[in-house]
Design a binder for this molecule. Structure first.
Ligand SMILES: Cc1ncc(COP(=O)(O)O)c(C=O)c1O
Length: 327
């Protein structure tokens, strides 16, 4: 018989899938790292397992304790899943824009969810960041702290990076990923650049996020709201390391959603919104890259998390998005 005893044994070792060969053949190979195949459905399962197991081993967290964090949904889902395995309780704050699917799943996993106003900035006491901080302080909860926790990028340095290096036989030339905390891209990039400093690392970011300006100039500019979930930020995070990023590209919601819808409808690949953002940039860069390039694009989560959002024609029309699948 072949089976595992715990969900947690299924985290990581996600496959690479070649996408859209017909667009660039015989051009660069474009490979999607299917993080939505993790048992909790996203890349965030990796940091949930790493951070919780490390904190338990260090005696900072024990059975019966409560973990709190703010989340765009996926970190919360991963943390709630791992917490269930270790008898821990969870509370999450999330912005009102977070899809109902993710909020429902958090609650189904036993988490308490506090919804905060989307427009509240990171330093606003009503917002998800400050609310989580305050509740952690007032109640002595374990603050998961995905934005500033060095163990977030470290989880990817130890897992995602080595997997990509091994799976591409060291031939990866470009890494493309969205940045929400920056943990996935920067931890993975650090490992790959140690192996081969020539690997090009490309961050993708929505308009209204401060990351793009910050990475390019070290300065932060004005911020605004956008619909794509999980990426972009209105505050600088410690999980982000601009030193390992070669290029940052801003992508409109329109192009992110059109690409995600195209991948799903034409190729049957269940790409979530931010997978669309990263794939959009990989397609554009691949047009100019040498034909022996190997692009690895992180697909953080699946379309299933956005059936009421960018995969709903009604929602798209209500929010003035074009229904085209050709970005
Ligand atoms: C859907 C989605 N895409 C991308 C990311 C970005 O990952 P990271 O926080 O590691 O930068 C997240 C993070 O929450 C996410 O939920």
């Amino acid at each position: 018989m072949e089976y595992v005893k715990s969900n947690l044994d299924l985290i990581g070792e996600t496959p690479l899938l070649q996408i859209a060969e017909e667009y660039n053949h015989p051009g660069p190979l474009i490979l999607a790292k299917l993080e939505y195949l993790n048992p909790g459905g996203s890349v965030k399962d990796r940091i949930a397992k790493f951070v919780i197991e490390k904190a338990m081993a260090e005696g900072k967290l024990k059975k019966g304790d409560t973990i709190i964090d703010n989340t765009s949904g996926n970190t919360g889902i991963g943390v709630a899943m791992v917490a269930a395995a270790y008898g821990l309780k969870t509370i999450f704050t999330t912005a009102a824009k977070t899809s109902q699917e993710k909020v429902d799943l958090l609650r189904a996993l036993g988490a308490e969810v506090i919804i905060t106003p989307t427009e509240a900035a990171w330093d606003d006491p009503r917002g998800c960041y400050q609310t989580a901080l305050r509740l952690a302080r007032e109640n002595g909860y374990f603050h998961f702290n995905q934005y500033d926790n060095p163990d977030n990028p470290l989880a990817h340095y130890y897992t995602t990076g080595p997997e990509i290096w091994r799976q591409t036989d060291g031939k990866v030339t470009h890494l493309v990923a969205g940045i929400g905390t920056g943990g996935t891209l920067c931890g993975t990039a650090r490992f790959l650049k140690e192996k081969n400093p020539k690997v090009q690392v490309i961050a993708v970011d929505p308009p209204g996020s401060l990351f793009a300006d910050y990475i390019k100039t070290g300065q932060t500019g004005p911020t605004g709201t956008y619909f794509v979930e999980g990426i972009g930020s209105d505050m600088v995070t410690k999980a982000l390391d601009p030193a390992v990023i070669d290029e940052v590209v801003t992508v409109s919601d329109e192009n992110s959603f059109a690409t995600a819808r195209m991948l799903t409808k034409r190729h049957g690949i269940l790409a979530g919104g931010s997978s669309g953002t990263a794939a959009y940039v990989a397609f554009r860069l691949a047009e100019k890259a040498p034909s022996n390039s190997v692009f690895v694009v992180i697909f953080p989560d699946a379309a299933l998390r956005y059936l009421s959002k960018c995969f709903s024609d009604k929602w798209m029309i209500e929010h003035n998005f074009n229904l085209t699948e050709t970005p």
